[in-house]
Structures are given as structure tokens and as C-alpha cells.
Design a protein around this ligand. Sequence first.
Ligand SMILES: [Zn+2]
Ligand SMILES: [Zn+2]
Length: 240
Amino acid sequence: MIVIDTHTHTISSGHAYSTVQEMAKEAAVNGVKMFAVTDHGPAMLGAPSLYHFGNLHTIPRELYGVRIIKGVEANIIDYNGKIDIPEIYLKRLEFVLASFHDICIEPSTVEDHTNALVNALRNPYIDAVAHPGNPTFQVDIDKVVAAAKKYNKFIEINNHSFIVRTGSEKNCKEFALKCKENGVSIVCGSDAHISFDVGNFERVKNILNEVEMPEELIINTSVERFEEYLRLRRERLAAL
Ligand SMILES: [Zn+2]
Ligand SMILES: [Zn+2]
């Protein structure tokens, strides 16, 4: 059972419709034990400024019994894998997703897309690449999964992709299969843009069932395992 949602947006993203408080309340109702607030980085139209990310400590660690993880969905802004959040702000975050959005970067070649995701996964502050199955930014799936394995990072399977990023299904299934074959862990993100969708993994679950994904490779199924990852992450960053 998936009890952690590692990808959600609040009103701060500019095109999402609930507050952190509303998200937490609904999460508690839906049986979600932890969720990451991952509003868009500043390169996205209508997204918050960097100060938003510097001030996330204001949000309590726990609300309505639900642990709130302070994060971001950073935008990849060049094909070397550069993101729109400087290190000084990255240091203050608990979980960092990196992803492509076509209003922040013009789609290019498979080689360029792959290179950007591989470099993003190499970045010690980045934990996962979000919706890498988006066919608008087609990648070499083998190479991206190999990079996730090498750097001990996650591949996200995104519930929202099946609605808004048409054609993602085939790629997401292949990502899930390759992760299973290579023992790479995945994270499941609802990519909720309203409170009612926090913890909505309806379509993700179909894919995971189809590929018979082992539970130990789904990081969102255990609060203990996820907290352990966050602990190791703090160690990783302290050693920089
Ligand atoms: Zn996104
Ligand atoms: Zn998102």
C-alpha cells in the first residue's frame, strides 16, 4: 500500500488550488502518512519566487498527524541538466524532484533529453526525476535507469502523466520494468494540483500491478524506509 506521496502542488504553484493545510487535512482522510510539498521552481509561469523555498521551515513538520516533507519540483533549464534552484536554497530542502516542462525548455533530441536527466541524477541535491516518461521529452530509458542505479536515486512514476502527458503510458511501463530488472527504486507521485488528489495513485497502481513491481522497490510504501532514505540523504549532503 502506498502511504507516501512524493509529488504535490499547492496554490503557491500558481495553477494549483489548495493550501498546505487543506492538502494535509485531505491527506489524513485518505490515509496518506507523509507527503512532499513540491511546488514548481521559479522558471515555471506563475511559480513562487526563490524566497518561497527559503521559508518552507515555517510549515510545521507534521499537520493533522501527517508528516510534511519540504521540497520542490525544480525545472531543468538546459541540456546539461541545470535546474532553476541555486544551491543555497537546495540546501534547505528535504526532497528535490527535477523535471522537464515545455514552457521552461524547448524539447530537443533524445540524446539531449537523456544527457540532462543523467546529469540531474548525478546532482547530489536531486532525489528523483519526475515524469521521465513524458514522450515530448523522449529519453533513452536504459541510460536513465542506469544513472538512477549508479547514483542511488529514484525514478518517478507519475499519476498525473496519464491524464496530461498523453502517450506516457508506454514509457512509464518500460521505466517500471527496467527499474524492476535493475533493482532501481521508484517513487510514486500523484502530482496533485488540488487537495482531493493527494494520494491518488489509481493509474500508477495499474502499471505497478502489470509489471509486478516488488514492494521493496516502491519507496512510498513504508514511512520507516522513506525516513531512512531522508537520513542517508542528510549524510550524503553533509559530506559535500
Ligand atoms: Zn511536472
Ligand atoms: Zn508536478
